[in-house]
Design a protein around this ligand. Structure first.
Ligand code: AMP
Ligand code: MG
Length: 341
């Protein structure tokens, strides 16, 4: 299959063409504010199957349904919990996915047989235009090959998906850079399943208590039943193995500098770039600039795959604010191989 790059800057029909492809049951790469998504008609099980094929996504890992207006949630979830309305008022449109009871119109291919569905109202104007012009909600996971770092530019999507999907809609680089926060409202108490652009602190400011799933902090064994099936899989990993060193940034930089060997890659904060001679160094933002770290982290992890490195050391922010999401992606990229100093 030929994958067409649709560029709204030069092609005024780009969104319309993408919407026609969606209506015809095809899969289209779509820019959203957290990361690019692989979108198909969420009400068409056969179309959704093609997302799983293109990504090589495990069959038990459900997809997020994207809507363009809050009222659309009632089509997908007839019994909207009151907390969903509170959260929507505070954070939608934006990078927050809510897991709620699922309506009958959602095919099993989206929910993977669960009785819940993840729903999000994105703020990216091109994503919302595509949903509106398509006239259907869009099921969309991150637009990377399963297991690899997520995609934050159209070029990343083309790299992973060329020949596997009908088109990619180019919306430039994503503004947030890490995937949406996922919170479930389907358990007794709200629980954070994946940290993202909306922080735990922000969620608690609206809901009061929010539990945090243990999968954020530790590797989950195959035999354990997890709340978000995606949490048990290896994620975000470059080809070379990653080891994360956590602690005061000056100390972690020194720790890494003392241990570098041949063909070593280092993912570090901008300030420490010069401490690693003879290494492939990828900087992902200043130590205190969590927004830059979130925007850069996947692009920098991907960059190691164009090099000959055989091991990667990584610095990592602490867990406050957006740092929880950035640290979670780096720890997952490392398969939770983490040294605390
Ligand atoms: P992705 O879109 O690839 O970033 O992944 C979506 C994430 O949301 C995965 O971790 C899924 O397991 C999770 N998710 C989607 N739908 C549900 C659901 N109904 N219940 C729990 N987790 C879900
Ligand atoms: Mg993903």
């Amino acid at each position: 299959m030929k994958t067409t790059l649709l560029t709204p800057e030069t092609d005024e029909n780009a969104v319309k063409t993408a919407a026609e492809l969606i209506r015809a049951g095809e899969v289209v790469g779509m820019p959203t504010e957290p990361v690019y998504g692989l979108a198909a008609n969420a009400l068409n099980g056969e179309a959704v199957k093609n997302i799983f094929l293109a990504k090589g996504r495990p069959q038990d890992n459900p997809l997020i349904g994207h809507i363009a207006d809050f009222e659309q949630i009632y089509d997908l979830c007839p019994a909207v919990p009151p907390q969903a309305k509170q959260l929507a008022e505070a954070f939608w449109p934006g990078p927050l996915t809510m897991i709620v009871p699922k309506g009958d119109c959602i095919p099993d291919e989206v929910s993977c047989g669960l009785d819940t569905v993840g729903i999000r109202l994105p703020s990216h104007p091109m994503a919302r235009a595509l949903i509106r012009v398509s006239g259907v909600p869009l099921a969309a996971p991150s637009a990377n090959t399963s297991g690899r770092p997520s995609t934050t530019t159209a070029a990343h999507v083309m790299h992973d998906m060329d020949g596997k999907i009908a088109a990619v809609l180019d919306g430039g680089a994503c503004g947030v850079g890490v995937e949406s926060t996922v919170i479930t409202l389907a358990l007794e108490r709200p629980r954070l399943l994946r940290p993202g652009g909306i922080t735990l602190e922000q969620l608690r400011s609206v809901l009061g208590e929010v539990d945090v799933d243990r999968a954020l902090y530790e590797k989950i064994g195959d035999d354990v039943k997890v709340s978000a099936p995606g949490m048990k899989y290896r994620h975000y990993a470059p080809k070379a193995p990653v080891t994360v060193v956590r602690g005061n940034p000056q100390d972690t930089a020194k720790y890494i500098a003392e241990r570098i060997g041949d063909a070593t890659g280092v993912l570090c904060f901008d300030e420490y770039k010069n401490m690693f001679p003879n290494c492939i160094v990828e900087c992902f933002g200043s130590r205190d600039d969590l927004g830059a770290q979130a925007r850069e982290v996947f692009d920098r992890l991907r960059a190691f795959d164009d090099t000959e490195v055989t091991q990667i050391w990584a610095q990592c922010p602490s867990d406050e604010g957006l740092g929880l999401a950035v640290a979670n992606r780096i720890k997952k990229a490392a398969g939770f191989s983490v040294i605390e100093i």
